[in-house]
Design a protein around this ligand. Structure first.
Ligand SMILES: O=C(O)C(=O)[C@@H](O)CO
Ligand SMILES: [Mg+2]
Length: 260
C-alpha cells in the first residue's frame, strides 16, 4: 500500500502553515511534504514533525523570487552562485527535519539552448554531491508546459536520459503523475520503465489538479500498480482541494489505516 504524504503547500491551507502539520496528522497522514519552508526556522518545522509524529518526505530547494515568476535556477548559467547558496540554505532544514529528499528546480530556460543544458548538468552534479554525504537524494521533476510555460525540464525522457548518463546514485526522478499524464500520457508504461530511478511520486486528478478520485486517471489502479512494482517510497498528495481539504479525503479513507 502506498505511503501517502500530504503536501502542506496545497492541502490544509485553511490554517496557517505551522498548523497544517497537526491537521494532516489528525486526518490520518503519517508523512508530509511541502514546497518551501524558508519563512520558518528549521527547528520550528522539526518541532511540529516531532509533536505529531510525522515524517518529512520531501521539500524544494529555494526557487529564487517565486512571486516574480522564478522557478529555480539549475539550468541558468547566470545564476550558478545563487544555486550554490541555495544548497547551503536548504541543508539546515534537511538536517533538522531528517528529510531524505529535496527537489531541485530547473528554472525557466530554453531546453535546446546548449549553455542552459550544460548548466543544468553541472547543477545536478554539484547538488547531488553536496547532499550525498548526508544521505539525502536530489530529485528532478519534469513540469508540464501549460502550468509552467518556459520551464527547462518539460520532458520525462530528457530527465531519464540525464539521470542515467550522470549515473550519480542519489540523483533521482520525481515522478508527478499529474505532469506525466499532461505531457505524455501512457503513465503505467512509464512507471514500469522508470521505477529504478524514481525517488518520489506525486498525484492529482487530470486535468483539474484536484482530488485523485475522478477525471482522466484511475488512481486505485495506479496505486495497486505501484505495489506490483514494489515502490516503497512516498506518494505526495499535491492537489488543490475542490472545497475543504477534509471534505475531499474520501480517496484516502481506504488507505488511511495502513499508512504507517
Ligand atoms: O508543481 C509541482 O508539481 C511541484 O512538485 C512543485 O514542487 C514544483 O515547484
Ligand atoms: Mg509535483
Amino acid at each position: 500500500m502506498p505511503r501517502f504524504a500530504a503536501n502542506l503547500s496545497f492541502l490544509f491551507t485553511e490554517v496557517p502553515f505551522l498548523d497544517r502539520f497537526e491537521a494532516a496528522a489528525v486526518a490520518g497522514f503519517r508523512a508530509v511534504e511541502f514546497l518551501f519552508p524558508y519563512d520558518h526556522a528549521p527547528e520550528d518545522i522539526a518541532d511540529r514533525l516531532r509533536r505529531y509524529d510525522l515524517t518529512l518526505a520531501l521539500f524544494n530547494l529555494p526557487p529564487g523570487d517565486w512571486t516574480a515568476g522564478e522557478r529555480g535556477f539549475a539550468a541558468r548559467p547566470d545564476k550558478f552562485e545563487e544555486l550554490q547558496r541555495s544548497l547551503h540554505t536548504a541543508l539546515p532544514y534537511a538536517l533538522a527535519t531528517g528529510a531524505k529528499r529535496v527537489h531541485l528546480l530547473a528554472g525557466l530556460a530554453d531546453r535546446h539552448d546548449g549553455a542552459a543544458a550544460l548548466a543544468f548538468r553541472r547543477s545536478l552534479a554539484v547538488a547531488a554531491h553536496f547532499f550525498a554525504p548526508h544521505g539525502i537524494d536530489v530529485m528532478i521533476e519534469p513540469l508540464n508546459r501549460r502550468d509552467v510555460p518556459g520551464y527547462f525540464l518539460d520532458d520525462f525522457g530528457v530527465a531519464r536520459d540525464l539521470i542515467r548518463e550522470l549515473g550519480i546514485p542519489n540523483l533521482k526522478l520525481q515522478f508527478d503523475i499529474y505532469h506525466c499524464q499532461i505531457l505524455h500520457g501512457d503513465v503505467v508504461m512509464r512507471l514500469r520503465e522508470l521505477m529504478p530511478i524514481i525517488g518520489h511520486i506525486q498525484i492529482a486528478s487530470v486535468p483539474s489538479r484536484q482530488e485523485p478520485d475522478r477525471e482522466e486517471l484511475n488512481y486505485p489502479f495506479l496505486f495497486s500498480e505501484l505495489d506490483r512494482l514494489g515502490y516503497a517510497g512516498f506518494v505526495g498528495a499535491e492537489y488543490r482541494p475542490r472545497a475543504a481539504t477534509t471534505d475531499g479525503l474520501g480517496w484516502f479513507a481506504s488507505y488511511r489505516a495502513g499508512n504507517t
